[in-house]
Design a protein. Structure first.
Ligand SMILES: Nc1nc2c(ncn2[C@@H]2O[C@H](COP(=O)(O)OP(=O)(O)OP(=O)(O)O)[C@@H](O)[C@H]2O)c(=O)[nH]1
Ligand SMILES: [Mg+2]
Length: 553
């Protein structure tokens, strides 16, 4: 598998010259770089080693003002080539670049003590001793001169020895753009190191943030066309239809739908200094201003000014004026509420344990496979939560009015998926215990007292549920707003009304009142009820029988 090696080291220590001596390519191509004799932007060159290993070299600038460019260059590399001027020894950016490499988790590489043509043996030995202290643990140290060529073969051998294949994730395609330019006859070209997946001719990708669909017309690896490039390779993609200004360093090209963009990252912190609340977060080739909210001793939530595409276990570098620390991404799209407890669970991979009440399963998909969790209709939740819900609904059912022993279902979006798991019965809009029937319960006496009072004169009934229940059982008829008459009285009034209407065709309120021998108010309440029942229809001050088939008229 292809590997990328990135240079590191203080300004003017000889990185670019060494890369040219190794690869034959001068990567300082900008006019200002040639004028000023320093590197400003990232440079790229292929390096073929004698044993057949193919490396891609990313040359970074050493100037302290361009450390952010160095981070962008270092973010996709597998190996480092730390260059130290044998005469000067380690200087501030030697240390800062080294810290960045360590925070990015790049622990394999070689130290080149360079410009040895310009130092005596004693100075060289001092430089070697210092380098050993810088990176204890057996990182190879090779003395070279780009000018005379001394040590270059040894350096190639040392690089080949550290260039062992890395376990690349099998994750979907992801590339962070480091350069965008226009080529005559080809159009917009974007380059970057392919972090994962592969990219081939004709592939559809998304440019994030923004989600613009792009189609890859052709792929090159170090100026050579390939049908498909693999993770770890430096690739150049021709993107027809994309304007140059539509893409920039920091953007991600990803497999459609595979990664979410996010304004927040939960990270496990590694602080080198006090972390200020406003920091630059370097991730991929992007550099974004953020607010760092410390959570407990080990964690922080980074709230970004612009959204990014990240994945679990990515590394970020935090910089203010200088590099203040780094972070390991534990959740690339966390909930807004930052909790140390949740972060600890996510960090240790206990994703299911972070879930209690229902959350959408897709909101956790980016954290890996979920096991040991309840799921229904795209929601995941803990079995403890389901038990709590069951107990809560049980309590509400127990407290429900025996006259209508149902409860309204929970209003939350998960209800439709989760409630069916509870074995309740749905009747209309309410939930009931299976087979439960309405009953009077403690109101049997009240019902008896009410029934004893009922007749043709409407009686005020304060207990509306009781009135509805007794009416359903045919034991009274409700009239007006909160009144009732006995079922027998209702029938009597109805027969009288129908007989009159069949004989006369129409009836006025006064006539009906006289027929029943009741007051005007009672007659009116009854007539309104007959209207509501669809028996009669009002025309002016009179009523007629509603003809069959015109009930809805
Ligand atoms: N004598 C001698 N001079 C060297 C050697 N390598 C580089 N130089 C000189 O050192 C100076 C800086 O070299 P660069 O390769 O530009 O240094 P750099 O590390 O790339 O610098 P930045 O990219 O700006 O950080 C140049 O003047 C080189 O000619 C060497 O092996 N011997
Ligand atoms: Mg340089």
């Amino acid at each position: 598998m292809p590997l990328t090696v990135g240079t590191a080291g203080h300004i003017d220590h000889g990185k670019t010259t060494l890369v040219e001596a190794l690869t034959g390519k001068n990567t300082d191509r900008l006019p200002q770089e040639q004028e000023r004799g320093i590197s400003i932007d990232l440079g790229y060159a292929p390096l073929a080693l004698p044993d057949g290993t193919q490396l891609s070299v990313v040359d970074v600038p050493g100037h302290e003002r361009f450390v952010r460019t160095m981070v962008a260059g270092a973010s996709g590399i597998d190996l480092f080539l730390l260059v130290i001027d044998a005469n000067e020894g380690a200087r501030p950016q030697t240390h800062e670049h080294l810290a960045i490499l360590r925070l990015l988790g790049i622990d394999r590489g070689v130290i080149a003590l360079t410009k040895i043509d310009a130092v005596d043996d004693e100075t060289l030995e001092l430089a070697r001793a210092e380098a050993e202290e810088l990176l204890p643990g057996g990182v190879p140290i090779v003395a070279v001169s780009a000018r005379t060529g001394a040590g270059l073969d040894e350096l190639r051998t040392a690089l080949a020895a550290v260039a062992v294949e890395r376990d690349r994730s099998q994750a979907p395609t992801r590339l962070y753009v480091d350069r965008v330019f226009t080529l005559h006859g080809i159009g917009t070209v974007a380059t970057g190191t392919l972090w994962s997946g592969s990219i081939g001719e004709g592939d559809e990708l998304r440019a994030e943030p923004g989600g613009r669909a792009v189609r890859v017309r052709s792929v090159q690896v170090h100026d050579r066309p390939v049908a498909r490039a693999d993770a770890g390779q430096r690739v150049a993609l021709a993107l027809p239809g994309v304007e140059r200004h539509e893409l920039r360093r920091g953007d991600a090209l990803v497999a459609p739908g595979a990664y979410a963009t996010s304004y927040r990252l939960d990270v496990a912190l590694e602080a080198l200094a006090e972390i200020p609340s406003r920091v630059h977060v370097h991730h991929g080739t992007a550099n974004i201003l953020a607010r760092a909210v410390r959570v407990g001793d080990h964690y922080a939530q980074l709230r970004l000014a612009e959204p990014i595409v990240a994945a679990r276990c990515d590394r970020v570098i935090l910089r203010a004026d200088t590099t203040v620390g780094g972070g390991l991404v534990i959740d690339p799209s966390p909930p807004r509420h930052a909790s140390a407890e949740r972060m600890a669970l996510v960090e240790s991979g206990e994703i299911a344990a972070t879930v209690h009440e229902p959350v959408r399963e897709e909101s956790l998909a980016h954290l890996g496979e979920l096991t040991g969790i309840e799921r229904a209709g795209g929601w995941v939740f803990s079995s403890a939560w389901l038990d709590e819900l069951r107990a809560e609904l049980d309590t509400r059912l127990a407290r429900a009015d025996p006259l209508d022993p149902g409860i309204s279902p929970p209003p939350e979006a998960w209800a439709a998926a989760v409630v069916p798991l509870l074995g309740l019965e749905r009747r209309g809009a309410k939930l009931y215990r299976p087979g439960v029937i309405a009953e009077l319960g403690g109101r049997a006496d009240a019902a008896a007292r009410l029934e004893a009072e009922l007749g043709l004169e409407p009686v005020k009934v304060d207990d509306a549920a009781l009135a509805r229940f007794l009416e359903e059982q045919g034991r009274l008829v409700r009239v007006g707003d909160g009144f009732a008459v006995s079922a027998a009285a209702y029938e009597q009034a109805r027969s009288a009304l129908v007989a009159e209407l069949e004989a006369e065709g129409r009836i006025a309120l006064a006539r009906f009142r006289d027929l029943l021998g009741v007051g005007r108010k009672t007659a009116q309440l009854l007539l309104e009820r007959f209207d509501a029942d669809g028996l009669t229809r009002r025309i002016g001050d009179e009523r007629v029988l509603r003809r069959r088939g015109t009930l809805q008229a």
